[in-house]
Design a protein around this ligand. Structure first.
Ligand code: NAP
Length: 252
């Protein structure tokens, strides 16, 4: 097993983007419990500071859609061993015919270009670590399409292609790459998708048992604790109640 505490002079550092809620927050807790020094980034700094205090990590404001913010964030890191590209989400549900260009821009900027900015900026440090790991949280929306979901599914497909292209590009370098593709996870995801409408968001999970953020974080923790020669390429996880993006116990 990789021991996060070695080398003893300084602990292994894990960067988690989008750690102010949901999967990112749970992942930060899991990696901190494994001994990583966790650096958490997101726009809501107050939430990050509370989390960092709890887990003994560092909170730094980060907007992955903003070049200057990414540069500032990365300039404050001495070493990086693990990068979890988690910041992301969906806005709205609409047919292609009714697509909202602003919502598409937000989804592509956050999920795709956000992952690109962070990965580009931290790649040299990940290589230098001698045992780097990049975990990207895509989605089953990266391997499926669904009606009214093309803004999000196209962004997740693109984010996944960016991540998967790095695997052969980095062959021979000491960096592992893992894509995690969750199905339905109850977080603030639907609240964001439905622009703060809590009733609409709750209805998504009514009548089925979704994954929790902790379920996904445990998988990230498993990935991050494998020995350096083991690369888990892709992991798809869904609730038992969901067979695909289009079929669950409610849709039949
Ligand atoms: P969430 O609770 O809404 O968390 C999203 C996180 O992303 C928040 O911490 C948010 O923080 C951060 N974020 C959004 N825009 C950002 C930006 N411009 N810069 C930095 N951080 C930003 O949703 P979640 O479910 O945990 O989502 C995490 C990831 O899992 C996303 O990539 C999502 O697409 C993916 N995913 C979710 C599900 C699901 O069903 N929930 C399924 C598959 C994949 P701030 O608002 O504070 O910046």
């Amino acid at each position: 097993m990789t021991t996060p505490d070695t080398p003893s002079s300084s602990r292994r550092v894990a960067v988690v983007t989008g750690a102010s809620s949901g999967i990112g927050e749970a992942t930060a807790r899991t990696l901190a419990a494994q001994g990583y020094e966790v650096v958490v980034g997101a726009r809501r700094l107050d939430r990050l500071q509370t989390l960092a205090q709890e887990i003994g990590g560092r909170a730094i404001a980060l907007d992955v859609t903003d070049d200057a913010s990414v540069t500032d964030f990365c300039a404050q890191l001495d070493r990086v061993d693990v990068l979890v590209n988690n910041a992301g989400g969906a806005q709205g549900l609409a047919t292609v015919a009714d697509a909202d260009l602003e919502q598409w821009r937000w989804m592509w900027e956050t999920n795709v270009l956000g992952t690109l900015r962070m990965t580009k900026a931290l790649l040299p440090a990940l290589v230098d670590s001698g045992d780097g790991l990049i975990v990207t949280i895509t989605s089953i929306a990266a391997i499926e399409t669904y009606d009214n979901g093309s803004g999000y599914t196209s962004a997740k497909h693109a984010q996944a292609v960016l991540h998967r292209t790095l695997r052969p590009e980095l062959i021979g370098k000491p960096v592992r790459l893992t894509e995690i593709l969750p199905g339905m996870v109850e977080t603030e995801f639907s609240l964001v998708r439905f622009d703060g409408d809590a009733e609409k968001a709750a209805a998504v999970y009514d009548g089925l048992t979704p994954l929790t953020a902790g379920d996904v974080a445990e998988v990230v923790g498993f990935v991050a604790s494998r020995p350096p020669h083991v690369n888990l390429d892709q992991i798809v996880l869904k609730p038992r109640d969901q067979a695909s993006a289009r079929r669950n116990v409610k849709t039949g």
